[in-house]
Design a protein around this ligand. Sequence first.
Ligand code: GLA
Length: 517
Amino acid sequence: MKKSFSFGLVYIFTMAVFLTPTNTLGSGKSQPASPENMEIYTPAPKSTPRLNGPLVYGCTPGKPFLFRIPCQGDRPITFTVKGLPATLKLDPSTGIISGKTPEKGVYDLTIKAKNPKGKDSRELKIIASGKLALTPPMGWNHWYAHYDRITDKMVREAADVMIKSGMADVGYDYVNIDDCWMNAPKNNDPKRVGPLRDDQGNILPNTYFPDMKALTGYIHDKGLKAGIYTSPGTLTCGGFTGAWQHEEQDARLFAAWGFDFLKYDWCSYGKIAGNDKSLEAFQKPFRQMGTILKSMDRDMLFNLCQYGMGDVWKWGGEVGGHCWRTSGDLGFELDRIFEVALKNSEYKAFSKPGEWNDPDYIQIGWIGNASKMGIPELAPMPAAMQYAYMSLWCLMAAPLIYSGDMSKLDEFTLNVLCNPDVIEVDQDPLGECALVIKRPDTNFVMVKNMADGSKAVGLFNRGKNEVTISVDWKELQISDKQIVRDLWHQKDLGVFGQKFIANVPAHGVVMVRITKK
Ligand code: GLA
């Protein structure tokens, strides 16, 4: 990948009067995406181990436990864990911890990773209380890449790539199947048409999914987790078999197959709800499934998909959800990411550990146009906007679910998806969604309080030209000397006294973390 141009970030210090040596952007005008102008912001991972991933992990006593320690650096790496409860075991060469979740309690682990080049150490709190998703889920979902073309082979490949590409080393761990894995009463592809259920009423996968249990086993062997999709209606949004009147039976089968995540999509349930637009009617199918999932013999994250109806953010957690879409499908329109993010941030108060607002998937790299269920193409999104996209999602504490074609992941896309300094903002244990501070025109600043007392700040420019955006300490409710770190470039910029000013590229972002000196 060529680095053909770079942008000028003029940092104006109030402590010291100098300009940091930076790159220069040229005109600062937006450029359409092409492999030639996709600037790589983040340095390549070092060969020495760097432990990443959440600092807190929630699970339910007595249920199966699976966690792959995210760690960058040259393999082989040897892992050790201090404080591991007796019900869990560590594979020292893969860093996979598995077994049965110990009895109720908080377990403080010290994880160590070592290779011939160096070592790293990181704390992880396992909280065995039954509360899941203490940080936003991270992973992959097939929808925006493969639509009704999804197969077992593609899902396995996604799991392979999640490991090989290094995505799992920064915390991605769910490999999620969306719609169209079951049979449909009618479909253009005859291989997706067949009996909907067997004689006992068990839902049947279509011929592209010959063995669901083997598929989740394949994913679990890598230390990753598996997700599945259905609808409370008779049919899914894609016209495939839904769970109507088989809710418990289907959920039990999903658990028996070994799934760890369920996306439950309203779709044709509207016909069942009819004219009842009451809150209870909106909640009913989700409350039912939420209760069922809690009674399973394995932990399953519950992802509500009903496009924000009835202000789902106010009650999604109460009915057992761990995350819920706050609006319709994001689709793929330039600039829509900013709108969706700004709207999603209005529900800031409802974002907390175990309960996340979901602005939909990350659609960069090779994705298929949603309106045509198209074959994946390289997203026509300026490079700077892709960094803005990832920054918005991390500042919002959104689930980080990539939805592009994993078989075509390129260096640029991986660079946007896999910066652990940026991901740490998303995975912060406080679980706050950033506050939006508007600016004249189309620019805005997002500020997120971090558990260590620092602030993660994104300066966003929605316009077509580079602009200068400033944020002062009063707005951030801080004072004195602050260390400012550029997260995308993983570079400390210096100590600042009263404010931070940066030139922000067209459609782009400058994202920093500000920590008291
Ligand atoms: C809806 C959802 C999408 C996807 C499709 C599948 O549109 O919002 O995320 O799951 O259904 O048909």
